[in-house]
Design a protein around this ligand. Structure first.
Ligand SMILES: Nc1ncnc2c1ncn2[C@@H]1O[C@H](COP(=O)(O)OP(=O)(O)OP(=O)(O)O)[C@@H](O)[C@H]1O
Ligand SMILES: [Mg+2]
Length: 289
């Protein structure tokens, strides 16, 4: 297994393109390929990631219980606060307490309502420190737990939380839908990443551009696929993910398509695409294996 933790983030500056779906399914595919995986939800207001793993009710119950005894920390929002170092010293297993096991392989850190205030709070933090808090938390608390892969599911907008996610992950998987506007969006992403990398003097890699919700019954889809491949020859994913109603169905049942009893044809295609892409993603970041 890997000696160094591989990090990645699902990100595109646009809502609903499949960031959470990709993080969940890459996580399961990589776990299936014998990696020890953690997925961190920095996005889900509705706690989308927990939903894919059937943990929504338990998670809601845990939050309600915390509210009752006025003890709603530690959670992933806490990591971004000025008090975090103090809390980590006082509660040595604070990071472990945030982690939930799933029945499909990966561990997850679900989102938390406290994340809502983080963007504003970070705005008043020194520039030096503002974008690095998640990176420090990851290095000091998550990596030592021995994960091979840590995936961050980011919000569909650029704010201080997503900057933290990009900084911590350095490698980006961008799920894109096929269409003219989307191509502009993806080009915007490349410009954004270049700008962020220059401003912060860090390297950001667009590791994978992943066409999602592809409907090959239309000729246009083929055209857009070709355009994306031409625009991103290195980052283009080896397999696209088809549009599949079963992805939604599975989510509603608290699972990924990997755990469906009777996956439809499109779900089977999606499963295969996630396997191939997750493997390629890991290989791109480790240079082999
Ligand atoms: N390939 C697919 N086929 C069909 N439905 C899909 C597919 N991928 C994602 N979806 C559905 O599209 C919706 C949006 O997906 P998802 O939540 O992953 O997007 P997101 O980029 O994380 O959104 P947000 O920006 O709100 O966080 C969800 O209902 C999801 O189940
Ligand atoms: Mg999402």
């Amino acid at each position: 297994m890997a000696t160094k933790t591989v990090r990645g983030a699902t990100f595109l500056d646009k809502g609903g393109t499949g960031k959470t779906t990709t993080a969940a399914h890459f996580g399961v595919a990589l776990a299936e390929q014998d990696h020890n995986v953690l997925i961190v939800d920095l996005a889900g207001k509705q706690n989308d990631l927990a939903e894919y793993f059937g943990l929504l009710d338990d998670w809601q119950a845990a939050i309600d219980a915390d509210d009752d005894d006025d003890q709603d920390w530690p959670n992933i929002g806490t990591v971004f606060t000025d008090q975090w170092e103090q809390i980590a010293r006082a509660v040595p297993d604070a990071a472990e307490q945030m982690i939930w096991e799933t029945s499909e392989g990966p561990d997850i850190i679900p989102a938390h309502p406290d994340l809502d205030g983080v963007d504003d709070d970070l705005a008043s933090v020194d520039q030096e420190d503002r974008y690095q808090r998640l990176n420090e938390f990851t290095t000091e608390h998550l990596e030592p737990m021995g994960y091979d892969v840590i995936l961050f599911d980011l919000p569909g907008l650029t704010n201080n939380v997503s900057y933290n996610g990009l900084w911590a992950a350095r490698n980006i998987i961008a799920p894109v839908e096929m269409g003219p506007l989307e191509e502009k969006q993806a080009n915007g992403l490349r410009d954004d990443l270049d700008r962020i990398a220059t401003n912060f003097d860090i390297e950001l890699e667009l590791t994978m551009v992943l066409p999602n919700k592809v409907d090959t019954r239309t000729n246009l889809a083929e055209e857009y696929l070709q355009q994306f491949e031409d625009a991103y020859p290195d980052a283009f994913a080896p397999a696209y993910v088809p549009v599949s109603q079963d992805i939604r169905n599975a989510c509603n049942q608290g699972k990924t398509v990997f755990a469906l009893d009777k996956p439809s044809k499109t779900a089977e295609e999606a499963i295969e695409a996630y396997r191939v892409n997750a493997k390629a993603f890991y290989r791109r970041l480790t240079g082999g294996e």
